[in-house]
Design a protein around this ligand. Structure first.
Ligand code: ATP
Length: 233
């Protein structure tokens, strides 16, 4: 479904991504793990079209999207939940969900999708009129995921969904990610919580200073001595 080949990204003189390749097959959960500054967010933004690579190719659903604009990529079926949630604080929960459906052409089936999202996130239904900025961190994370689901993505990009959440909420968020995947959405997950990410992923890539240093089946990496030592405490 997604193939990223040999991308290089510079911020001015800073060579942030140095020839990274990875693949996400339909139906999978694939995770990119690595320390602060390894380049995870940059790769996410490059995949979703917000940043353009200097070299390399990105193919989504069989089409070259390397130079496709971000909003077109959303229309093609890729949605991103950015790091730090970034819900529209001054809008209600319902309005945030409406924004998520903005690019949809099939507006007729929207009501059924609100129901689907409210079923998955009952708390959002209770609070649909509340201003998003007044929700708790966990609730905002749920809303950010729900908003992305309203675009009916084939591929969902999640950037550090567990960041800043209490452990019990981290578990809840990871359970929701597993459920979304079970229901047919392919997932690319960027995480610093390597243990959690590897436990739900099919494949994983370990990043260090803009390069992939290790890749393989997530279950194998979970038991890999070098990974354990560096990322699993
Ligand atoms: P974190 O987990 O802390 O978000 P990350 O793995 O997502 O880290 P990136 O945010 O992608 O890493 O950053 C990769 C490198 O690129 C870092 O060295 C960072 O300082 C640099 N970088 C990121 N954004 C910019 C920018 N806008 N201008 C200059 N350098 C940047």
């Amino acid at each position: 479904m997604l193939k990223v080949e040999n991308i290089e990204v510079y911020y001015g003189a800073i060579h942030a991504i140095k020839g990274v390749s990875f693949e996400v097959k339909a139906g999978e959960v694939v995770t990119l793990i690595g320390a602060n500054g390894a380049g995870k967010t940059t790769i996410m933004h490059t995949t979703s079209g917000i940043i353009k690579p200097q070299t390399g190719t990105i193919t989504f659903d069989g089409k070259d999207i390397t130079y496709t604009r971000a909003h077109t990529i959303v229309e093609m079926g890729m949605a991103q939940v950015p790091e730090g949630r970034r819900v529209f604080a001054k809008m209600s929960v319902k309005e945030n969900l409406e924004m998520g459906a903005y690019s949809r052409k099939d507006k007729g089936s929207l009501e059924a999708d609100y129901d689907m999202v409210y079923e998955r996130f009952p708390r959002l239904k209770e609070r649909r009129k509340q201003l998003a900025g007044t929700m708790s961190g966990g609730e905002q994370q749920m809303l950010a995921i729900a908003r992305a689901l309203m675009s009916k993505p084939k591929l969902l990009l999640l950037d550090e969904p567990s960041m800043g959440l209490a452990p019990i909420l981290v578990d809840e968020v990871f359970n929701i990610i597993k459920d979304i995947n079970k229901d047919g959405t392919t997932i690319l997950l960027v995480e610093q919580n390597a243990h959690k990410a590897l436990s739900i992923a099919d494949h994983a890539y370990v990043l260090e200073t803009g390069k992939v240093v290790l890749a393989g089946e997530a279950k194998k990496l979970l038991n890999d001595d070098a990974v354990k030592k560096a990322y699993l405490g």
